[in-house]
Design a protein around this ligand. Structure first.
Ligand code: P1T
Length: 384
């Protein structure tokens, strides 16, 4: 397991459905079986068919790891029990005292993990839109640049290729959280990133029914270290969760196309609505990082954020005033969600450089009929 340079001749949609998923050799089953066995029979001590114990490796997990690695164009794919478990394993690559440069907009839980759990590490939050400042003010102890693009929740887009060039020149590696874009819209490894992480809970799973995380990368040495901590620390997903995510990923391409189209319809409404102060969406020409997004993404994604002219209370009223957009954390699934990042997903960033505006609302635009979503949002905005 690990060397996954298979199926590069196939297009994305084909890899999503076939990589790692050949019919079962013993039964011909077309659907990858859920292998619940925790242990695997050995012929002699140390002689087995590639599996010993399910924490170390499991056939359903292998299928899923092969599938998503193939989509990221990665040689190695590792599945974890959650996005944060995946991130935790990547952060363990660093030694005490080494520095993480974190883009100054990111998921609140990522900031909490770096600043409150990995307290042995140094960290700084930096504006990754300002590449001159990044190169000029580079702290010498930096070993890892950590960025999301588009970011959660402000949807800023950072130039992966340019940031990797600056980091690599200075001896640091770059980890890109590709949760919002997904490999369908953007493949960070092809732009020079060293490591890609995902909250598979979001678009990869795609149906709000499984929590998971993923790491994809090319470097054999780093992969070996991550494979070690995946097993040694043990934050692995259950076989059923691997199956659910693998099943979700099969339809990633068609879902993402619809997420992007629906997001555009929602943006058109928001841009013209008098209650809205500012719309944050990478396709808008004045959006921070629009040029980078245009260069490195196939389309602009299904996440849309906006601020309300009338402030925080208006934002809270909109978040509570929709019917189809369900008020809730998380994102990336078929059903539309709405939330108030300041008091929900990003509450742990309050008072930090990653604090978000309190009049901000975040939408995860689902794949329902666009006109229904637009009508729902319009009535909520008309009532603020
Ligand atoms: O929730 P988990 O699977 O552990 O993934 C954490 C995570 C990592 N990276 C990004 C970009 C994320 O958005 C998340 C989780 N985010 C939410 C739950 C949310 O509503 O923003």
């Amino acid at each position: 397991m690990g060397e996954l340079e298979e199926h590069t001749q196939w297009g994305f949609e084909t890899r999503a459905i076939h990589s790692g998923q050949a019919p079962d050799p013993t039964t011909g089953a077309v659907v990858t079986p859920i292998s619940l066995s925790t242990t695997f029979a050995q012929e002699q001590v140390g002689r087995h068919r590639g599996y010993e114990y399910s924490r170390s490796g499991n056939p359903t997990r292998t299928a899923y790891e092969t599938q998503v690695a193939a989509l990221e164009g990665a040689r190695h794919g590792l599945a974890f029990a959650s996005g944060l478990a995946a991130e935790d394993n990547v952060l363990r690559l660093l030694a005490a005292g080494q520095r993480v440069l974190l883009g100054n907009d990111a998921y609140g839980g990522t900031f909490r993990l770096i600043s409150k759990v990995h307290t042995q590490l140094a960290w700084s939050a930096v504006d990754l839109l300002d590449l001159d400042a990044l190169a000029r003010d580079w702290p010498d102890d930096t070993r890892l640049v950590w960025l999301e693009t588009p970011t959660n929740p402000l949807l800023r887009c950072f130039d992966i290729e340019a940031i990797c060039a600056i980091a690599h020149e200075r001896g640091a590696i770059v980890c890109v959280d590709n949760t919002f874009a997904t490999p369908f819209l953007q493949q960070p490894l092809s732009l020079g990133a060293d490591v890609v992480v995902h909250s598979a809970t979001k678009y990869l799973g795609g149906h709000s029914d499984v929590v998971g995380g993923f790491v994809a990368l090319d470097d054999d040495g780093i992969a070996q270290r991550l494979r070690f901590t995946q097993n040694a620390a043990g934050a692995v997903p259950a076989p059923f969760d691997c199956y659910l995510t693998l099943r979700g990923v099969k339809t990633l391409a068609v879902r993402m196309e619809r997420h992007c189209a629906n997001a555009r319809a929602v943006v058109d409404l928001l841009v013209g609505h008098p209650a809205v102060e500012r719309v944050l969406y990478p396709q808008l020409p004045d959006h921070p990082g629009h040029a980078a997004a245009t260069k490195q993404m196939r389309d602009f994604g299904g996440m849309v954020s906006f601020t309300l002219r009338a402030g925080r209370d208006a934002a809270l009223r909109v978040a509570a005033g929709t019917e189809l957009f369900t008020l809730g954390e998380s994102l990336g699934a078929v059903e539309s969600l709405i939330e108030h990042p300041g008091q929900m997903t990003h509450a742990s960033a309050a008072g930090s450089p990653l604090e978000v505006p309190d009049n901000l609302v975040r939408l995860s635009v689902g794949i329902e009929l666009a006109a229904d979503l637009v009508a729902d949002l319009a009535q909520a905005l008309d009532h603020v």
